[in-house]
Design a binder for this molecule. Structure first.
Ligand SMILES: C[S@@+](CC[C@H](N)C(=O)[O-])C[C@H]1O[C@@H](n2cnc3c(N)ncnc32)[C@H](O)[C@@H]1O
Length: 469
C-alpha cells in the first residue's frame, strides 16, 4: 500500500485534518511498503530510497486496513521539538513521553504507528548536504537536455549505446547515469544496462507536466535558475538581480529573444493546464458572462474556463509577441469562436467588454506600485459592477482555518517560500498574504468580497469596486 500526501482520507479524516500541518511537515511524500520484496520505498522532494523492511522501524506491526505494515520510523532533527509540536497539533500519542530515550510513538495516517526518533548527527549533516547540493539538480537538467528519459523510456541501453545516441563521452555519461540511478530516476540492471523509471517518465518530452521545458538547459527556466547565484545581493539590498545577471529586466530580455519567451510560455502553460480544472470547480462562474484573462500566457486557463462553462465568452490580454503565439494555440481549441485575443500591456487602458478579469500568477511578478497600476486598469475595465479575480497561492499563516484550505500542490508552504525568494531575485516582488492583497485592492478602489480555496491550492480572491461615496 502507499501512504501518499493524499492520506487524509477514510476513518481517520477528522483527526488527520486537524493534525495535517504537523504530518505534512514530517511525513515523506510517499512511503510504499513492499512486503513481497522485503523493501520500503521512501520518497520526498529530496530523497528516494529503497530500504530493507528490516531496517525500517522495529519488527512490530500495526494494522492498516487489510494490509499489515510495520512501524514507520521517522528520524527528526530534534525529537523533543517534534514531541511538543505533536502535542500542540493534537496528534494521538501512543506512549508516554519516552522522549528521554530519544523516541516517542504516535498514531499516524491510516492508523499506522509512527515512531519519532532522534536523528544521528551524521544524518543531520547529510540531510543538510542534500539540501545544499547543486550537482544533482544540474545533472538532472543535463540528462533532460540530452533527452535521456525519452531514449531510455521503452528499452534498456548500455552506456556505449546511450553515448552513441546522445553524442556524449561514454565514461562521463556513465557517471551521470549512475548518479541518476542512485536517485531512482533511472534503473541499472545486473548487466549494466540503464532504463527509465516512473520518475523519468515525468521527465519525458511529451509528459503533461511540461517539466522538460523547465529543465532543458536551453530553456528560459534554466536562465531563471541562474539568478540564484546572486541571491546574497538580493538579501543584502532587497532588490532584484535578474538585470545584474543578464543585463536587462526579465520581460525585456524575453521580448528580445523569442526563443526564451516561447520556452517560458510552454512551461507556464503546462502547469496552468494542470491547475485549470481546480479554478473552474473552485469558483462559482454562473454569473460571469465575459471573462478577460489579463497576462494570461497562451490562454490555457481561459480556454479551460470557456470550455467548462459554455455560457462564457473570453478575452486574452497579453504582450503582443505572446498574444500572437496564443492566437496560434487557441485556434486549435474547440472554443476558439468564443475567445478573442488582444495584444497590449496591462499598464495601458484595457478592453471594456468583460465583466470579470482574471489575474493568475501575475501580481506576484510586480512590486506594490506596479501591482496597484495593474489592478486599477483591471478595475477600470470591468466597471463598477464587475469583479477582479486574483488567483494566487497564499501563505498558510495569513488565511484562517475556516477559509477551508484545500491542500494541493500550490498549498505547499515550502514551495511558496521558494517562489517568494525567486520573485525577490527576479522582480523585487513577493508572495503576498491576504491582508497584503486587501491593502493593494483598497489602494486600487477595490475590496475583497470573497476568498475561495481550490483543490490545487490556488486561491480565488474576488474583488469588487468599492462604492464611491
Ligand atoms: C508568470 S506569467 C503567468 C502567465 C499566465 N497567467 C499563467 O499563469 O499561465 C506572467 C505573464 O504576464 C505577461 N506580461 C508581462 N508583462 C506584461 C504586460 N506589461 N502586459 C501584459 N502581459 C504582461 C507575461 O507575458 C506572462 O505571460
Amino acid at each position: 500500500m502507499a501512504l501518499t500526501s493524499e492520506w487524509n482520507v477514510g476513518s481517520h479524516a477528522a483527526e488527520a485534518r486537524q493534525a495535517r500541518p504537523f504530518w505534512d511537515r514530517h511525513l515523506p511524500d510517499e512511503v510504499v511498503f513492499r512486503p513481497e520484496e522485503g523493501t520500503v520505498r521512501v520518497s520526498s522532494s529530496e530523497t528516494l530510497l529503497t530500504v530493507p523492511l528490516t531496517a525500517w522501524g522495529s519488527a512490530e506491526r500495526a494494522d492498516a486496513g487489510d494490509t499489515e505494515i510495520p512501524v514507520l520510523t521517522l528520524w527528526v532533527p530534534d525529537v523533543r521539538d517534534a514531541h511538543g509540536e505533536a502535542l500542540a497539533a493534537g496528534v494521538r500519542l501512543l506512549s508516554l513521553p519516552l522522549v528521554s530515550s530519544g523516541r516517542f510513538r504516535a498514531v499516524g495516517p491510516y492508523g499506522t504507528t509512527v515512531e519519532f526518533a532522534q536523528m544521528r548527527p551524521e544524518t543531520l549533516v547529510s540531510r543538510l548536504f542534500t539540501k545544499t547540493d547543486t550537482i544533482t539538480p544540474w545533472a538532472i537538467r543535463a540528462a533532460v537536455t540530452l533527452r535521456l528519459p525519452d531514449l531510455l523510456a521503452k528499452r534498456s541501453l548500455t552506456v556505449a549505446e546511450a553515448a552513441e545516441r546522445t553524442g556524449t563521452e561514454p565514461d562521463a555519461l556513465h557517471r551521470l547515469l549512475r548518479l541518476l540511478a542512485a536517485h531512482g530516476i533511472l534503473a541499472e540492471d545486473a548487466e549494466g544496462r540503464f532504463r527509465g523509471t516512473a520518475l523519468s517518465e515525468a521527465l519525458r518530452e511529451d509528459h503533461a507536466s511540461g517539466l522538460v521545458s523547465a529543465l532543458d538547459l536551453d530553456s528560459a527556466q534554466a536562465r531563471i535558475d541562474q539568478v540564484s547565484r546572486e541571491i546574497l545581493h538580493s538579501i543584502r539590498t532587497g532588490k532584484p538581480v535578474y538585470e545584474r545577471v543578464f543585463g536587462r529586466p526579465l520581460w525585456e530580455d524575453f521580448a528580445a529573444e523569442p526563443r526564451l519567451s516561447q520556452s517560458f510560455q510552454e512551461w507556464m502553460s503546462g502547469k496552468t493546464t494542470l491547475l485549470a480544472p481546480s479554478v473552474l470547480a473552485g469558483y462559482d462562474w454562473s454569473e460571469v458572462r465575459h471573462v478577460m484573462d489579463v497576462g494570461g500566457g497562451l490562454g490555457n486557463l481561459l480556454a479551460a474556463l470557456v470550455e467548462g462553462a459554455p455560457h462564457l465568452r473570453g478575452t486574452l490580454l497579453e504582450l503582443p509577441e505572446t498574444a500572437a503565439d496564443a492566437v496560434g494555440e487557441l485556434s486549435k481549441s474547440l472554443v476558439a469562436d468564443r475567445i478573442s485575443v488582444v495584444g497590449g500591456s496591462f499598464f495601458d487602458p484595457l478592453p471594456k467588454d468583460a465583466d470579470t478579469v482574471v489575474l493568475y500568477n501575475v501580481l506576484v511578478n510586480w512590486d506594490n506600485a506596479a501591482a496597484i497600476r495593474i489592478l486599477r486598469r483591471c478595475a477600470e475595465a470591468v466597471g463598477p459592477d464587475g469583479r477582479v479575480l486574483i488567483l494566487e497561492g497564499l501563505p498558510a499563516d495569513t488565511v484562517g482555518e475556516d477559509s477551508g484550505r484545500a491542500g494541493g500542490v500550490l498549498d505547499d508552504q515550502r514551495l511558496l517560500a521558494r517562489i517568494d525568494l525567486l520573485m525577490l531575485m527576479l522582480f523585487g516582488s513577493k508572495e503576498r498574504s491576504l491582508p497584503e492583497y486587501a491593502e493593494l485592492a483598497a489602494t486600487s478602489g477595490l475590496a475583497i468580497t470573497s476568498v475561495s480555496p481550490t483543490s490545487s491550492g490556488v486561491f480565488v480572491v474576488e474583488c469588487r469596486a468599492v462604492d464611491s461615496p
